[in-house]
Design a binder for this molecule. Structure first.
Ligand code: PMP
Length: 342
């Protein structure tokens, strides 16, 4: 038997009471190869949100929204949680539902990957697919169908990530604090995608309390309408990247909170997501690649930021697990005209 008088490195890593305790406090990891390939001199760190228990940044908000609704007496185990989602919030709520004994129904657009549906079903959720590309006020949209299901289902509740203040709060009091302390207050720039906008709005609010000088950059795909100023959104197209961008402005998104908005293409998002996997070993999703696409644009437009003493954080919201049949697959890349990319 090995014996030692030295303190064990496992001290301070106590057992967890449920997997909900494995949400938040995610690692911040330096990128060592990709920035050099891209001509980026600034120090770039990635916040690995895919290491949350359910595999995405949305675990943070699901945990907070469920716990708050329980404290307020709005829900109790046995009830049904219904949510409209691009997949990750659905998975996160289904995970909390599994732990706590709720039933769960998730409305999910046909656009979203099969992998997300499989994970949801494995967690015991019912998945109701809705047509892709329908306007949000259509009766067939994820939000309308969720509302209809709620009326039909006794003892059901919609936590509603689009309006729930616990969504940005999870980032204001969680993600932002972690970034401040993990960088010992040295963070200069944070780049985050916007879907509901909870991550970027909350992270901006939290970090600006520590320092007004942190530059917050929000990322919106070409074809979405979240960016400011409005003129950035003129390009109309469908986009394939999942989890960021909408055709309406969610209530929890404060478009004025980020200092800068950058629009990104599918092509760059998938290219850089694959680079993050291949050059850094970071098993992330397509919206993670969008943050690197925005980083490249930012450094081109502002060479004064591209210096060694600047510390940039990119937030990697979810995992390659969600995209094994899409951009992680060479055949899919070829079918979608990306066969020239690595
Ligand atoms: N990327 C992915 C893959 C997501 O699922 C989401 C959540 N919709 C985001 C980014 C954006 O997060 P938020 O909703 O906090 O803006």
């Amino acid at each position: 038997m090995e014996a030692s008088n030295q303190a064990s490195p496992f001290l301070g890593q106590p057992k967890k009471e449920s997997v909900a305790d494995c949400i938040g406090a995610t690692p911040l990891v330096r990128l060592n190869r990709l920035p050099a390939t891209l001509g980026i001199k600034a120090q770039v760190y990635a916040k690995l949100e895919y290491l949350n228990a359910g595999g995405s940044v949305k675990d943070r908000i699901a945990k907070r929204m469920v716990e708050k609704a329980e404290r307020d007496g709005k829900i109790k185990p046995g009830d049904t949680l219904i949510e409209a989602s691009s997949g990750n919030t659905g998975i996160a709520i289904a995970l909390m539902a599994a732990i706590k004994g709720y039933k769960c129904i998730i409305t999910l657009s046909e656009k979203m990957s099969l992998e997300k549906e499989r994970v949801l079903k494995a967690l015991g959720a019912r998945v109701v697919r809705t047509p892709a590309g329908v306007p949000i006020d259509s009766p067939d949209s994820i939000l309308s169908v969720a509302r209809r299901l709620q009326q039909e289902t006794p003892n059901s509740f919609i936590l509603n990530q689009y309006t729930n203040a616990e969504n940005p709060a999870a980032h204001e009091f969680g993600t932002a604090e972690e970034l401040w302390y993990q960088t010992e207050g040295r963070v200069n720039i944070v780049i985050s995608g916007a879907g509901t906008g909870g991550t970027v709005t909350g992270t901006a609010r939290g970090l600006k309390k520590h320092s007004k000088n942190v530059l917050i950059v929000a990322v919106d795909p070409l074809g979405s309408i979240l960016a400011q100023p409005e003129g950035l959104n003129e390009f109309k197209a469908e986009y394939k990247v999942e989890g960021i961008g909408y055709d309406f402005v969610p209530q929890v998104l404060d478009q004025a909170e980020p200092d800068l908005w950058i629009k990104t293409s599918d092509r760059d998002s998938f290219r850089y997501a694959r680079s993050l996997v291949r050059e850094e070993g970071l098993l992330c999703g397509g919206s993670s690649g969008a943050t690197v696409a925005a980083l490249v644009q930012l450094m081109e437009a502002h060479p004064e930021l591209n210096v060694e003493d600047k510390l940039v954080v990119v937030i990697l919201p979810d995992s390659l697990r969600n995209y094994l049949t899409t951009f992680a697959n060479d055949d899919w890349m070829e079918e979608h005209g990306y066969n020239d990319l690595e």
